[in-house]
Ligand binder design. Structure first.
Ligand code: COA
Ligand code: AMP
Length: 634
């Protein structure tokens, strides 16, 4: 596929099936697909329906067979432990085969679900690949989620086995993971038969006899006994590779299901054409395997592409300083770096003049990619100025698995417009509609939607919840997928993504549901009513802020109750919720039909212009909310 962006996008528009047929040729198939798109299957059709393949084979085996065995596949760089560990493709394959052998001997086979709750260590990536090798379906849970969230995911996926580590490492503290797993299993209805535990020296986990299995010992034994010769299970292109739970509008997270074939074809296309990364290049996505960015661009895309990936266990600042990112780029010869804008805001705050950048020569770095939240133009310009490479904002979501809109660096770099993730990628016809479903004019804010069918790589459905998928994503705008993002398009077709249309907020690049936090706050016995909104934050973009109305008969000190509510959210959802701001109020502003005016509250909090809603029940309450916010220094 050659040509600049306009040619390539036009080629896709002319003949989408031919376009995706060609893209699929970069993948090794056990049986090549003859039906590129089957509109009769699935919720909106399925890609490569009769193709047979294996994702692990495409990530590892084929590169070893093609002579890349000695090239680095994975570099684990951990400022948290002060170590760097490297694996070639051959070594990575050896580890993955052995883990697959262990999983198999513990009864895991094709189609079984495996929950992975691990920190940023190579064993986490190898475990994902081992599941893929067996045709088992992994569901990775981010380490910042607490036991209750973990339990939901184990239950919904009906996991047969959990893989975990004894602990994760956060700056200044060791976070025990295994007790969370024990609690999640104890509290839930679904009882996985085994828990495979990777013991880390920073905290040894207690083992439950008969259920828990030591990861390292089991892998060692599998190798010694020759139980590591596990071949790749042929799977249909449409078989699930993984389930990744993401925040929905209710407390119940949505299990986004990703397939094998379409996922690989789309990711391979993106590596070449969006990121401009070749086999042998070093690609670094500074995210976490618990998020979609980690799934797609730490694990699968770089390895499918024959590139070297970096698994980074650290933070942009404080591990040990704001120069860590540049040290990693320089030391490992990174050619493209991908992270969330919040990481750059953190670095810029610590090192406004970018003095650390000068300390690390980075001749290999060709571009910086930002996604996960809106890239504010100031941060973007700062990065451009100090790194001297193109800084590329691109927009996507857990549901799509790869960029909906981007500036395709690998094809040709289009003019950059700060604040815009540029133009739709092939596969995506993006429209902006008003609430009644009519297209809006350029420059007018509306609902951003994608014309069906979604391209390869996007979700097939929600796990065992086709109806929920239809209702929440496809029904409101018939013929389209609703992104739940609001924004506009300018006269050149550039998209500007401005806000969510639901109750999801983006905090430090992490997707959180305020509705879910409200559900948790409401369980506190002294809380009569509550509302959680996202308020602007200089570092994290947005942070949650809870307004609590206490019950009339409560005589306890409000401060103590506020602390309890904060702890409750931390316990139930996890520290990742970053729920620390609680404001007591006597009543909440509502419409006459009883709907809480969260949107107006948010505008007041962020000091944006707002209009008195015509349907408001008692206008005085908004004044009370404003006073309470300002009294809290917001
Ligand atoms: N395991 C356990 N706890 C975790 C965790 C993990 N994997 N990740 C985060 N947490 C905890 C943090 O320690 C913090 O706890 P605290 O309340 O006790 O301080 C809490 O969850 C909130 O984390 P976060 O919102 O990330 O704040 P932070 O102050 O720790 O870090 C940044 C702020 C900006 C440095 C950090 O968010 C970051 O590096 N972001 C990069 C972007 C990114 O990774 N995005 C992912 C999608 S691309
Ligand atoms: P997640 O599913 O966690 O990847 O979060 C997806 C959401 O993050 C999107 O629906 C957007 O609201 C937001 N988002 C991601 N990338 C961008 C971007 N480049 N610009 C603006 N918002 C973004």
């Amino acid at each position: 596929m050659t040509g600049g962006y306009r040619d390539v996008y036009a080629a896709w528009e002319r003949d989408p099936l031919f376009f995706w047929e060609q893209a699929a040729q970069t993948i090794d198939w056990f049986r090549a697909p003859t039906r590129i798109f089957d509109e009769g299957q699935g919720v909106y059709g399925r890609w490569y329906a009769d193709g047979v393949t294996n994702t692990c084979y495409n990530c590892l085996d084929r590169h070893v067979e093609d002579g890349r065995g000695d090239q680095l596949a994975l570099i684990h760089d951990s400022p948290m432990t002060g170590s760097v560990t490297r694996y070639t493709f051959s070594e990575a394959l050896g580890e993955v085969k052995a883990i697959a052998g262990v999983l198999s001997s513990l009864g895991v086979g094709k189609g079984d679900r495996v929950v992975i709750y691990m920190p940023m260590i190579p064993e986490a990536v190898f475990s994902m690949l081992a599941c893929a090798r067996l045709g088992a379906v992994h569901s990775v849970v981010f380490g910042g989620f607490a036991a209750h969230e973990l339990m939901h995911r184990i239950e919904d996926s009906e996991a047969k086995l959990v893989i975990t580590a004894s602990c994760g490492l956060e700056p200044g503290r060791v976070v025990p993971y295994k007790p969370m797993v024990d609690q999640a299993i104890a509290d839930g209805q679904v009882k996985p038969a085994h828990v495979l535990v990777y013991q880390r020296p920073q905290a040894e986990a207690e083992m439950i006899a008969g259920r828990d299995v030591d990861f390292a010992a089991a892998v060692r034994d599998a190798k010694a006994a020759g139980r590591d010769q596990i071949a790749c299970e042929p799977v249909l292109a449409t078989d699930p590779l993984y389930i990744l739970y993401t925040s929905g509008t209710t407390g119940q997270p949505k299990g986004v299901v990703r397939d094998n074939g379409g996922h690989m074809a789309a990711l391979a296309w993106s590596m070449q054409n969006i990121y401009g990364v070749k086999a042998g290049d070093v690609f670094w996505s500074a995210s976490d395997i618990g998020w979609v960015v980690g799934h797609s661009y730490i694990v699968y895309a770089p390895l499918i592409n024959g590139s070297t990936t970096i698994v980074f266990e650290g933070k942009p600042v404080g591990t040990p300083d704001a120069g860590t990112f540049w040290r990693v780029v320089a030391e490992h010869g990174v050619s493209a770096l991908f992270t969330a804008p919040t990481a750059f805001r953190a670095i810029r705050k610590e090192d406004p003049e970018a003095e650390f950048v000068g300390k690390y020569p980075m001749p290999t770095l060709k571009a910086l990619f930002l996604a996960g939240e809106r890239a504010d133009p100031e941060t973007l310009k700062w990065a451009e100025r100090h790194l001297g490479v193109p800084v590329i904002d691109h927009w996507w979501q857990t549901e799509t698995g790869w960029a909906i809109a981007a500036n395709p660096f690998g094809l040709d770099l289009l003019p950059v417009k700060h604040g815009s993730p540029a133009l739709p990628m092939p596969g995506y016809q993006v429209d902006v509609l008003d609430d009644a479903g009519h297209p809006v004019a350029n420059g007018v804010l509306g609902n951003i939607v994608i014309k069906l069918p979604l391209p390869p790589g996007c979700l097939a459905s929600f796990w065992k919840a086709d109806d929920r998928f239809r209702k929440s994503c496809l029904e409101e705008f018939p013929g389209y997928y609703k992104t739940a993002d609001a924004g506009y398009r300018d006269e050149d077709g550039y998209l500007f993504i401005m806000a969510r249309t639901d109750d999801i907020i983006n905090c430090a690049g992490h997707r959180l549901s305020t509705g879910q936090m409200e559900e948790v706050c409401a369980t506190h016995p002294d809380v009569a009513e509550c509302a959680v909104i996202g308020v602007a934050d200089e570092l994290k973009g947005q942070i949650p802020c809870g307004f609590l109305v206490l019950k009339n008969n409560v005589s306890r000190e409000a401060g103590a109750i506020e602390k309890e509510v904060v702890n409750l959210v931390r316990q139930e959802i996890g520290p990742v919720a970053a729920f620390k701001m609680v404001i007591p109020v006597t009543r909440l502003p509502k419409t006459r039909s009883g709907k809480i005016l969260r949107g107006t509250m948010q505008k007041i909090a962020d000091r944006q212009p707002w209009k008195m809603p015509a349907t408001i029940d008692d206008p005085a309450i908004l004044g009370e909310i404003e006073a309470a916010l300002r009294a809290h220094g917001h």
